[in-house]
Design a protein around this ligand. Structure first.
Ligand SMILES: *[C@@H]1O[C@H](CO)[C@@H](O)[C@H](O)[C@H]1NC(C)=O
Ligand SMILES: *[C@@H]1O[C@H](CO)[C@@H](O)[C@H](O)[C@H]1NC(C)=O
Ligand SMILES: *[C@@H]1O[C@H](CO)[C@@H](O)[C@H](O)[C@H]1NC(C)=O
Ligand SMILES: *[C@@H]1O[C@H](CO)[C@@H](O)[C@H](O)[C@H]1NC(C)=O
Ligand SMILES: *[C@@H]1O[C@H](CO)[C@@H](O)[C@H](O)[C@H]1NC(C)=O
Length: 522
């Protein structure tokens, strides 16, 4: 009897908490992180449904972790990201003229604009398909989980009237904090400029100018499309930005180990390094290679898949620098094999990055600063040699450099001497390892694992039907009210009037005295 009730309880308990989550992800590298959250939600007994495009790049139709609803073509993000990446890489390598640089920014702006347009077009088709909308409504989801790098998931949550949880680092406008938290430009650097929280006057000017430039860029390429979508489906009264700011919880893929200290908000939950796990044993062939590195240690290099675009002369310079070292090197390399590869270097198509970084022999991680790389290096306390290429990678790595945990090599100026010099500095100057070790200890010294924290807050939103008590009222306010300009103006007028009254009074009194004196003297 007892046994039965215990098993019954065990069956009922997970069910009691089981919720239904509708996920509208962003394809490409952002999906890597979303998938980790989905797997964890699934493991805890929640039902996850993913809306995916029919021509999706990385999001599979079938998975043991989620059910998918395949919808319309999203215009193909892959090709756009590809051209975009190539263009920026060309720029980084070939020090373009100022004019060519502007042309490039405008061109990449167009690629981004096209992605936003395609995403919105897809959401429009979803909204207009009544069968599909009824299907989604009937499923009675508890919340929408989306990545706000494209804003259409935010519209979906509003249309369905569901609580919204964001898995964010970027919104369609820029860094997510700038959307909801006060962000004084005097000590909060805008990402992309490689600035820190200690800025000189000149850097603060740059920071403000960068901010204005980003605004103009967004006003040209992003705002109009979201604005017209919002007007079309929700009417004139609703501003799409306030829909975004209205989100219940912002799960941020960073934290203050990585980020400079800055103001935050009650509904921001930091889950930096949520994807990191303790290292598992290595597969057999790698294990043997790594074991042989006992004496001098191991170097792990992974530049993701982007590196196949880089010219062969660079990979040969790198290979030559490696060949001179006593350390063993594991290099994830998908392009053509460099001819001069040393016999201490193992080329692989894929490597278990987390497990290698967690291996005690690993001395240095050479990375482009791509998704997860920096976080995994912090988690395992491995210093970094950075070769930033595109997107937010230069900025991410510059943060590590400021903290004394990384050295950065510019791809445009890379040759075997500069590369070996930088590499040897990170290998033999112990300050890099010490600083990274400190970050790693700080990261591990927290009451709850980041992934558990993220899932707790998703479940919190399911249990309580949202988290409006954590939302500040700023999203309802006009720009004027937010900055109290109306109040300042009113107070100024009142004090001006008061001063004027005093002036009149004094004038009146003076005149009276003069007048009296005149009468007396007369
Ligand atoms: C979760 O999804 C599975 C598969 O579609 C379904 O069989 C099950 O009933 C769902 N559970 C809940 C609680 O909705
Ligand atoms: C609407 O959605 C349903 C369900 O996904 C799909 O079967 C149907 O083809 C769609 N209708 C149109 C007009 O695309
Ligand atoms: C390669 O390894 C062998 C021993 O295994 C060694 O004798 C040889 O000098 C190495 N070659 C180079 C180029 O380091
Ligand atoms: C930069 O760092 C943030 C925060 O750790 C991370 O979410 C993002 O994926 C990184 N960017 C790239 C290109 O890896
Ligand atoms: C190691 O690097 C740090 C920071 O770059 C520097 O201040 C220090 O002088 C270096 N130490 C040696 C022995 O080169």
């Amino acid at each position: 009897m007892n046994y039965i009730s215990v098993t019954l309880l065990a069956c009922i308990l997970p069910l009691a908490y089981a919720g239904k989550v509708l996920v509208f992800p962003v394809d490409g590298s952002h999906w890597v992180n979303m998938k980790i959250l989905i797997e964890e939600l699934h493991t805890r007994g929640h039902n996850v449904t993913v809306l995916r495009a029919s021509n999706s790049w990385h999001i599979k139709e079938t998975s043991p972790f989620y059910i998918s609803i395949t919808v319309y073509d999203d215009g193909g993000i892959e090709a756009l990201v590809d051209t975009f990446t190539r263009q920026i890489l060309v720029n980084r390598r070939e020090k373009l003229s100022f004019w060519a640089h502007l042309m490039l920014i405008s061109k990449s702006g167009k690629a981004i604009e096209e992605m936003h347009q395609n995403q919105l077009a897809m959401m429009g088709e979803i909204f207009e398909n009544k069968t599909l909308m009824d299907l989604i409504l009937d499923a009675k989801y508890d919340l929408v989980l989306t990545d706000p790098a494209f804003g259409s998931g935010v519209f979906l949550a509003h249309r369905l009237g569901l609580p919204l949880v964001l898995n964010a680092r970027w919104t369609m406008h820029g860094e997510a904090h700038f959307e909801i938290a006060p962000s004084p430009l005097s000590y909060v650097p805008i990402p992309g400029m490689e600035l820190t929280d200690k800025m000189t006057f000149g850097q603060r000017v740059l920071n403000v100018m960068g901010y204005i430039f980003q605004h103009i860029h967004k006003a040209r390429f992003v705002y109009p499309h979201y604005h017209s979508f919002c007007t079309k489906y929700f009417g004139d009264e609703i501003q799409y930005v306030s829909l975004l700011q209205n989100a219940d919880i912002w799960l941020m893929r960073n934290d203050f180990i990585f980020e400079f200290p800055r103001p935050t908000m009650p509904n921001i939950v930091y889950m930096g390094a949520f994807q990191c796990k303790p290292a598992k044993p290595l597969p057999g062939d790698l294990q043997e290679f790594v074991q042989n590195s006992q004496e001098h240690g191991l170097i792990v290099m992974s530049l993701g898949t982007l590196f196949r675009y880089l010219p062969q002369d660079i990979t040969e310079e790198i290979a030559a620098a490696f060949a001179k070292l006593p350390q063993k090197v594991i290099w994830r390399h998908t392009g053509p094999r460099p001819a001069n590869i040393g016999n201490n270097t193992l080329l692989v198509d894929w490597l278990p990055q987390n497990d290698l970084l967690g291996h005690p022999h690993t001395k240095v991680f050479i990375t482009h600063g791509g998704t997860n790389g920096i976080q995994e290096a912090i988690y395992h306390g491995v210093p970094i040699l950075g070769l930033p290429l595109v997107f937010d990678q230069p900025d991410n790595l510059s943060r590590m450099k400021v903290k004394g945990t990384a050295k950065i090599v510019d791809v445009a100026e890379l040759d075997r001497t500069s590369f070996s010099q930088a590499l040897e500095e990170v290998l033999y100057n112990t300050s890099y390892r010490q600083n990274m070790g400190r970050l790693s200890r700080l990261h591990h010294d927290q009451p709850m694992k980041p992934l558990d924290r993220a899932v707790f807050w998703i479940e919190f939103v399911m249990r309580n039907g949202g988290a409006p008590h954590l939302r500040t009222q700023s999203f309802r306010m006009s720009w004027i009210a937010y900055h109290s300009l109306d109040v300042i103006f009113t107070l100024l007028i009142i004090s001006a009037m008061f001063c004027f009254l005093i002036y009149l009074l004094i004038r009146y009194l003076c005149l009276k005295i003069v007048f009296k004196k005149k009468i007396k003297s007369d």
